[in-house]
Design a protein around this ligand. Structure first.
Ligand SMILES: Nc1nc2c(ncn2[C@@H]2O[C@H](COP(=O)(O)OP(=O)(O)OP(=O)(O)O)[C@@H](O)[C@H]2O)c(=O)[nH]1
Ligand SMILES: [Mg+2]
Length: 312
């Protein structure tokens, strides 16, 4: 049986192998993703983002455990954009995650970019597609919100959960406007700490003051104590409600198109660069780079020159 078939039939070793393949990239990965694409589009893809240490992994584990109890299967991807060395350790160390890892209805994978062309964003999208094809009902993607990461995840997910903690962001300056734009749900985790109510009020005020398009969904602001699995039910309910909202309002189609366009752009960027590199002799490439560095040619003209060569 080939890898795609094995993955579709629920073989977890095949899924793990496929994930490694798409993480590395290349023609085989592309062929695999191509053959699986028709089997994607069933999962509810949920992004969980927030500053380092806000409790994302703990919350993801608690959410997964809850969904498992209701009979849903859950795939989890933890994206670590910073270091390839912590690979596997991010989630593996978490006791709750370990508790999930023996369960056939859960699949957990940490991702690192490993210097792949096109980077972590593309690899994450591919990993989501594989878990989707493998039949997981819910796919949770944990990313550290540190600039680009959270925007990327919002472009990949149907529902984006943004995690804050008490005290953080009570200063108006500290809440990045972008966070409110991407959040479908806001969760103040570590609500066992002082100031959670204030942070909730603050976030609600920020939401009411922001001129986000009133398209029928106001992001709920919820609290949680992920370590004690408190507040998990409400988050699960809100995430499910958000999907219902997307479907009933017709916004789901729009989200899917945004996701499709985002994917297409990422793939094109990667492919065009790959093809240019394949077509242009290394010595020519290096000469051009040296010419840019010594101000003999500007980088835009250099890029045009390379693209013109492709068209010729
Ligand atoms: N007091 C308290 N601590 C919590 C809560 N949730 C998580 N923590 C603790 O916060 C620390 C960080 O939790 P993680 O789940 O690893 O946080 P994270 O956001 O995934 O961290 P990174 O992936 O490293 O950015 C751990 O020591 C958790 O036990 C909570 O609700 N209350
Ligand atoms: Mg984490």
């Amino acid at each position: 049986m080939d890898l795609a078939q094995a993955l579709l039939s629920g073989n977890r070793r095949a899924l793990a192998q496929a994930l490694t393949l798409v993480e590395t990239g290349g023609p085989q990965a592309r062929a695999l993703l191509g053959s699986l694409f028709a089997h994607t589009g069933r999962a509810h893809i949920i992004g969980v983002t927030g500053a380092p240490g806000t409790g994302k992994s703990t919350l993801v584990a608690a959410l997964a455990a809850h969904w498992r109890r209701t009979g849903r299967t859950v795939g989890i991807i933890a994206v670590d954009p910073t270091s390839p060395f912590t690979r596997g350790a991010i989630l593996g160390d978490r006791i709750r995650m370990r508790a999930l890892s023996g369960d056939p209805g859960t699949f957990i994978r940490s991702m690192a970019s490993r210097g792949r062309l096109g980077g972590i964003a593309r690899a994450t999208g591919d990993a989501v597609a594989l878990l989707d094809a493998a039949g997981f009902d819910i796919i949770l993607v944990e990313t550290v919100g540190a600039g680009q990461g959270e925007v990327e995840i919002a472009a990949t997910a149907h529902t984006t959960i943004v995690i804050e903690t008490p005290g953080a962001g009570d200063d108006v300056q500290a809440i990045k406007a972008g966070i409110l734009e991407i959040a479908d749900l806001l969760v103040v985790n570590k609500a066992d700490r002082e100031g959670a109510d204030q942070t909730v009020r603050h976030l609600r005020t920020m939401l009411s003051l922001s001129d986000l398009p009133a398209d029928g969904w106001t992001p709920p602001v919820l609290t949680a104590v992920a370590t004690r699995s408190e507040g998990i039910e409400s988050i699960v309910a809100a995430a499910e409600q958000h999907l219902v909202y997307l479907r009933e309002s017709g916004r789901f189609v729009g989200r899917e198109q945004e996701r499709a366009e985002h994917e297409l752009r990422l793939i094109l960027q990667e492919t065009v660069l790959e093809r240019v590199r394949a077509r242009v002799p290394v010595s020519d490439w290096e000469t051009l780079v040296a010419q840019i560095a010594s101000r003999m040619i500007d980088p835009y003209a250099a890029a045009d020159q390379l693209l013109d060569r492709m068209m010729a």
